[in-house]
Design a protein around this ligand. Structure first.
Ligand code: ACO
Length: 424
């Protein structure tokens, strides 16, 4: 027997279909609500709106569960590699040895970007934020591959765009950093794997030898895995909605980069470090800052705390916290900002306001501290997030295109002036 929901409006009952996902999540299907009742639903910030049915990522915010294509994040973070996870997200299944090697080789051979793109870097102000540069560079890629304009081209051609994006994003990201320093760019080297290559392009320079540290390579690889997808968040939804207009994949991803940049989303990792430094420079009075965060008249928030979906703990934050401790021990790093972070977490987690509102450290609370320990500058933190999130954005876009989803176009309730005559 199919279950339906009953809606009573002005004395008339309407039956609405109910849909259940593979993990038991339930939804009322309101697609035909307006045509049958004349009503729409309103849900600012889409807090209770399912925008799609997706088979990419499952998360349960109450239980702190995150799975990519059914695989628990804890297992992937421990046993997989970022490129394997990228393959899994994009194609739905783990690749196995042969397909993985083929995929990794293709990504490795497309890391160069067109030489003409170097001119764009030269035109940016030297202090340009690397996220702004990255977003425009990703969009600019579409102009170098005119055949990529049609998102419905033969699958082989779409696959090529996906490979190009995965391969070129680390190059574009590292070059944004080099540009901000006014240093010469470093070309990718095929002898390196994905993360080694990125570190090489970030930290090598023509004047001295540089070999990526395996500890740093592993730490980055794990962080990228943890960031690889997070279902219908702000940036993934942006990618899907931009892509739903049949805009090309490069432009859709560029829009995702921009959405991620904001401090309430991916930009929080930069904001966390800036906040911790501010607290430290202010004398380290943690209670003062916790009180500020609780004060409704004060715009300050504890960055790295709270999440739209996770209301008990963020499983990524648990893994990252452990990685952070391991990494600091291995590298022998002593960072006073980490001490502030640990103490702040302790104070906030005991505070009634944070307990009541279920505000826990999120993925960004500790990721910035790891990046910092690896020598990655603060302004590059959100770029690191974008590198990690790329396969998720691609998977979300691909699913949307393959499912033939309609153009995204919410409705509104107009609350402005009623019609009035122009009086000049
Ligand atoms: N510090 C202080 N108070 C907070 C915080 C915080 N970090 N986060 C939420 N609250 C309070 C809100 O003021 C609100 O209080 P109210 O009910 O009295 O109005 C309540 O907790 C619920 O918060 P909302 O902002 O309504 O929750 P929402 O789901 O809309 O926002 C968000 C989630 C944006 C992540 C929020 O918790 C926040 O701003 N956190 C800080 C920024 C951050 O770390 N962002 C990264 C998120 S993870 C990611 O995107 C990768």
């Amino acid at each position: 027997m199919s279950v339906t929901a009953k809606l009573s409006l002005n004395g008339t009952d309407f039956e609405l279909p109910v849909f259940e996902g593979s993990e038991g999540e339930k939804a009322i299907d309101i697609t035909k609500l307006r045509s049958t009742t004349g009503y729409i639903t309103i849900d600012s910030g889409y807090k209770n709106t399912g925008s799609t049915k997706s088979a990419v990522t499952f998360l349960d915010g109450e239980k702190g569960i995150l799975r990519y294509r059914g695989y628990p994040i804890e297992q992937l973070a421990e046993k997989s590699t970022f490129l394997e996870v990228a393959y899994l997200l994009i194609n739905g299944e783990l690749p196995g040895k042969v397909k993985y090697e083929n995929f990794a080789e293709k990504v490795c051979h497309h890391t160069l970007v067109h030489e003409d793109m170097k001119q764009f870097y030269e035109a940016y102000p030297s202090k340009a934020h690397p996220m702004g540069v990255l977003a425009s560079m990703v969009c600019a890629l579409s102009t170098f591959y005119p055949l990529s304009q049609n998102p419905n081209r033969p699958p082989k051609a779409v696959d090529m765009t996906i490979i190009r994006l995965l391969a070129k994003l680390p190059t574009l990201a590292a070059w944004s950093y080099k540009n901000s320093l006014g240093h010469p760019i470093m070309y990718p080297k095929n002898k390196y794997n994905y993360c080694e290559n990125f570190l090489h392009m970030m930290f090598a320079n023509p004047t001295e030898e540089y070999e990526p540290d395996p500890v740093a390579v592993d730490a980055i690889d794990k962080l990228l895995i943890l960031h690889a997808d997070h279902e219908q968040n702000c940036s993934a939804s942006t990618v899907r909605i931009v892509g739903s207009s049949q805009a090309n994949l490069y432009s859709s991803i560029s829009a995702g980069v921009i959405a991620l940049w904001g401090p309430l989303h991916g930009g929080a990792n930069q904001a966390v470090i800036e906040m911790l430094e501010k607290i430290r420079n202010d004398g380290g009075n943690l209670q003062k800052w916790v009180d500020k965060a609780k004060d409704k008249d004060d715009p300050f928030r504890l960055f790295g705390f709270g999440h739209r979906v996770y209301k008990n703990f963020d499983p990524r934050a648990r893994i990252i916290k452990k990685s952070c401790d391991d990494l600091f021990e291995k590298l022998g790093v002593d960072d006073p900002v980490l001490d502030i972070a640990r103490q702040l977490e302790e104070v906030a987690l005991k505070d009634d306001y944070f307990i009541e509102k279920k505000l826990y450290p999120n993925v960004d609370f500790y990721s910035g501290i790891i990046y910092r320990a690896l020598g990655i500058p603060t302004e590059m933190f959100t770029v690191m997030f974008a590198l990690g999130r790329l396969p998720g954005w691609i998977s979300q876009w691909k699913e949307m295109i393959e499912n033939g989803e309609p153009i995204g176009r919410p409705r509104q309730i107009y609350v402005g002036e009623k019609v009035r005559d122009y009086t000049g």
